[in-house]
Structures are given as C-alpha cells and as structure tokens.
Design a protein around this ligand. Structure first.
Ligand SMILES: *Cc1c(COP(=O)(O)O)cnc(C)c1O
Length: 396
C-alpha cells in the first residue's frame, strides 16, 4: 500500500475522503444531489458564485458539478496523490478530452501501439481530421522515445500494461524524456488504478482512468476521470466547459460506493488473477499466460519495481485451435460471462485479435488470444470451470 505525505495509506483515504465533512447531519455518505437549476437569493450572490475565486466548487448549474460529484472528484484526487480531478461520461471521453486539451492542429502525437483500440480510432479519425498526426510506438521503448520526437511532437500517450496484450512500459524514463522537450505525457491507468500505480508520482502529466472498470466495480456505471496539475488543469477545464461534459449525481454516488471497497476488492482480483494465470500457463492447451506479475512475463521486473500490485485482468495465448474448439471452450463456461468491459465483481472472458490494429509492432502470435477478467468468485470454482472448458476444447 502506498502512503501519502501524511503517512496515510490508500485504504484509509478510500474510507475517509469525499465524505462531505461534518455537513449533512453527520450521515456517512454525501447525499445524492439531483441538480440542473440552482437559484440565488440576489444578483450579488449569483455573481459571487459564478465569477468568484471558488467558482470551480460553487454549485451554480448542474452541468458545472454538484456536491455529490465534487465529493467523488476529491476522493479520486486524494487517491491519485496530487492534482485535481475532472469527471467525464466515460473512460473513452477521458482519453479524447485529454488529447484535445494538449494538442492543436499541426501537432504530432506519439501513441503507444498497445493503446485501447477506441483511443486509436479517435487518433485515426478525429485527430487526423484536425490535422494532428499520430505515430504509434513500440511499448518496449524507454528513454529512446526521444528518437521519435519531432519539432511538432506535443504529447506522448502511455498505457501500461496494454489492456489486451499486457506489455509493460518504462513510464518514468518516457516521462523524463518528454519533460525535457516540454512534451505532455498522458497515461491510461485503468488496469492498475491509482491504488497499484500512481502515474503523477512517476512524472506523468495527465492520469486517466475508466471509472467504469474497477472504481465502479459493479458493472453498472459508465464514467471516466482525468487528474492533472497546472498548466494542464486549465486546458482540461477549458475543453470540459466548452464541450459541456458532465456526469450525473446518481452515477457519482455509485462510483463513490465502489471506491470505498476498491482496495479490498483489488486484493482479491489480484490473488485470483495470478492464480488463474499460473494455472492456465501450465496447461498443455496454452502457449503462455500474459500477466505482468508472472516471472516469465517480459515486463515482470518493470512491473515489480514500479507497481504495488496487479488487477484481475490478463491474457492467455492458446495453442492454435479451430473456431469450433474455441467456442466449445468458451460457450460452455458457467461462471465466465462472454463480454467486454471488466473491473466488476464477476468473471469475464472474450477472444481478442490485436493483429488488424497493431502497426509499430505487428502482432504475430501463433494461436488465439483470449482475455480473462478474474472476478470475486471462489478461485477453485473458476479453475474447475476453466478445466472443464479446456477439456471440451481438447476433445472438440
Ligand atoms: C474500458 C477502457 C477504456 C474506456 O472506458 P469506458 O468507460 O468504457 O469508455 C479505456 N481504457 C481502457 C484500458 C479500458 O479498458
């Protein structure tokens, strides 16, 4: 568990931040404020609220934030360790907003090749139409990232581990190299959450999370967060306000509820994920498990040095098999849902094929890649389910 400057650990902060202090009659959780219109007793009060120094935290109109969304912002900022947090409607919008905030027409972006696929699509469509050029780079690059810098390079985007292929990155080396050239660094930290990795403490400028995943934790809310300090904060605020991005208080309340148990749940996701990955890695139907906490993973030493834990999402490279054998394996599983997203209490499984989108480092693995999210179920039950599935695969 990482400690903040006051010596408190993340689990303590998760229990005590974003509670709204002693207001609200002492109730433990901040109330859910449903807000669009806010009325003021006088013109002066209206002006003070909307234009005063505290206007970021004034309740002036629903789109500008509510006491419930402010509580969640505070709790996430405390967990990130520094900076201030903005909330947006999805993890993808957290990525797209951040890229818009740091790039202008004519600029160049370095995007990690293992980035979340819809983030790539944004670069290849919207950013391209804005005359912003993207180069995809090998996740294994470290300080050598500076060889890819052009005079127009304004941002480097990181995601570690890649959430489908699980490559690690030398985050600090990249952040240091970028800072020398005043290039912004942005990191999608959805896999680790700030409980297991704090991007800002490793020199990254903008820390991005899909709250939909582990913070929400119950497969019932969509949201994203962006955390940064100045000068990036002002740029982010500009774009959020002008694009009109906001989140509802009911969703913020669900995210706050999820946040309280984040550290506790992650410990279980971690233990089960490692157990399943090790078990699968030893099976003859499997060529290897892709999990940075396993010693045979190429990024293991980086993960061990920089991260304080692993979440429950990992990959498994099966030996080549037919479509029918794959379907026999996956369709018959009883405890693993077939679906996208992850970070909820339930286990999930889905095949992925990175080969059509990878460009810097072509994906040449021989065999099917499947991605597993280890939920909070009993790990022995999950292993029994997978074991029966692999038996179906082998006999199909
Ligand atoms: C799911 C995901 C996102 C996008 O989050 P949404 O809330 O679904 O928009 C971004 N990055 C990663 C790594 C993800 O897994």
């Amino acid at each position: 568990m990482s400690k903040d400057t006051k010596g408190q650990g993340d689990a303590t902060r998760l229990a005590h931040t974003g509670r709204g202090g002693t207001r609200h009659h002492g109730v433990v959780n901040p109330p859910v404020y449903h807000v669009s219109t806010v009325t003021f007793p006088s013109l002066k009060a209206l002006k003070d609220a909307t234009e005063g120094p505290q206007s970021d935290r004034a309740v002036t109109y629903g789109r500008r934030g509510t006491p419930t969304t402010f509580a969640l912002q505070d709790a996430i900022a405390a967990l990130e360790g520094s900076g201030s947090t903005f909330l947006v409607p999805s993890g993808l919008s957290a990525i797209t907003l951040s890229l818009l905030a740091v790039l202008n027409p004519g600029d160049h972006l370095l995007m990690v090749d293992c980035a979340y696929a819809p983030a790539r699509h944004f670069c290849d469509t919207v950013l391209r139409s804005l005359a912003i050029e993207t180069t995809y780079y090998d996740p294994a690059v470290g300080a050598d990232i500076d060889k890819l810098f052009r005079p127009t390079t304004r941002a480097v985007f990181l995601e570690a581990p890649g959430s489908v292929t699980f490559e690690m990155q030398e985050v600090s080396e990249i952040a240091v190299a970028a800072r020398v050239h005043r290039i912004a660094t942005l990191m999608d930290n959805t896999w680790a959450t700030p409980v297991y990795f704090k991007p800002l403490a490793h020199g990254v400028d903008i820390s991005i999370q899909s709250i939909t995943k582990y913070v929400g934790g119950h497969a019932d809310v969509m949201m994203g967060s962006v955390t940064a300090s100045e000068p990036w904060l002002s740029k982010l605020r500009h774009w959020i306000h002008h694009l009109g991005l906001c989140v509802g208080s009911d969703d913020a309340n669900l995210a706050l509820r999820g946040l309280r148990t984040l550290e506790t749940r992650l410990a279980r996701h971690q233990a089960t994920g490692i157990k399943l990955a090790e078990w699968l890695g030893d099976r003859r139907e499997v060529s290897r498990a892709l999990h940075p906490a396993l010693v045979n993973h190429p990024g293991h030493s980086t993960w061990k040095r920089d991260f304080t834990g692993a979440s429950g999402l990992f990959g498994v490279l099966l030996k080549p098999c037919s479509d029918e054998a794959l379907a026999a394996f996956i369709d018959g599983l009883e405890l693993f849902g077939i679906g996208y997203s992850w970070g909820g209490f339930e286990s999930l499984i889905a095949p992925h094929d990175p080969s059509p989108i990878r460009s810097a480092v072509p994906w040449r693995a021989n065999g099917r890649l499947i991605r597993i999210h280890a939920g909070l179920e009993d790990s022995d039950d999950l292993i029994a389910d997978l074991s029966a599935g692999l038996a179906r695969l082998a006999s199909a």
